[in-house]
Design a protein around this ligand. Sequence first.
Ligand SMILES: NC(=O)c1ccc[n+]([C@@H]2O[C@H](COP(=O)([O-])OP(=O)(O)OC[C@H]3O[C@@H](n4cnc5c(N)ncnc54)[C@H](O)[C@@H]3O)[C@@H](O)[C@H]2O)c1
Length: 352
Amino acid sequence: MEVLERTINGSSTKIYIGSGLAGEINKYMEKYGGNITFVSSALRKRYSTKIKAISSTKSFMMDGERAKSTASLNTVFRKLISRSVERDSSISYMGGGTLGDLISYAASVYKRGVNLLGIPTTLLAQIDSSIGGKNAINFMNIKNAIGTFYNPEATFNDTDFLLNSGPEMLRDGIAEAIKMALIKDAHLFNYFKDNDLKSIYCAKSLEYVIKRSAEIKLDVVSEDFFDSKKIRYLLNFGHSIGHALESYSDNAISHGTAVANGMILESYIAYKAGYSASLHEEIRDAISRYNIPLINFKDIKTDKLIGYMQNDKKVEHGKLNMVMLAGNGSASIGEIEFQQLRRYINLYRDHI
Ligand SMILES: NC(=O)c1ccc[n+]([C@@H]2O[C@H](COP(=O)([O-])OP(=O)(O)OC[C@H]3O[C@@H](n4cnc5c(N)ncnc54)[C@H](O)[C@@H]3O)[C@@H](O)[C@H]2O)c1
């Protein structure tokens, strides 16, 4: 078992990584009284032993994007009040990033903040959404419209959840882990280049990927917890194009696929704009090793894609602030005009 510990925004947060972490989880449950764990209904059958092993009261919930709603939030608050959950109890979740975002938000506002413990069960949730204190629900079709910054006291990344659900489930998480590698850790990116979906599907490899990705995310967020210094924005590599691809396809392209393909095109743009040597082909080869579909940008209309990018939060004075890869393991933020962006995207379409 690995344990990472950081002080972020003045409070300590611990991340446990390993297999069968119920013993560690229950030590926290014993610290508090009246604990409640919200468990994804999707885990009920396959992980019944793991669920039973946690010593708190359980409440099952549907998860997925629709769970990040005011209706689900009301259900959570009703449950907390009917069970008389007190300020010094703990609230925890066992599920993917959607349940994590919902329950973390509820924990941050219920009685002005109760102890939060996380048991993320997807790779994406283990390396990304459970770290860094951001939580949110969606409102009026706006994703993550309402949320807070609130750190969990501890998070338990149990690789058993990943190893019993099939390697295909890892894809979105792998896209984000490759992103963490490219912006901060050349060794981790080389590891992804040397492996594939089959070879990393074991406890040892997953522990390594989770640990390094989690450390990178902790490093970035601890320097810019409230996302106000443009440091945290580095985590957006691949997301400027990625979010535009999701909107372009009306969400038919999954987030992980959109980000992965976004990284390929954004690295080409960084190369053309003089920030780095050409890395896009290496990134494309790495991504294709993990069964992440490659998008043929010849099928994408540049002007329509750019139209979505013009609504990006990071547009300032008519220019887009984009994460520019400087090399394997290093990135910075650069400004780019939309005219230039259009030219580079069209060049990429001609080049493939
Ligand atoms: N707060 C943040 O900083 C942050 C960062 C990145 C993403 N997010 C959010 O995370 C969410 C996506 O999270 P996600 O990818 O985990 O999606 P998810 O929560 O929708 O889970 C994906 C699916 O996997 C199922 N599932 C969960 N664990 C499983 C397991 N072990 N075995 C089999 N099935 C399992 C779920 O029931 C769900 O159907 C999005 O809402 C996104 O906005 C938040």
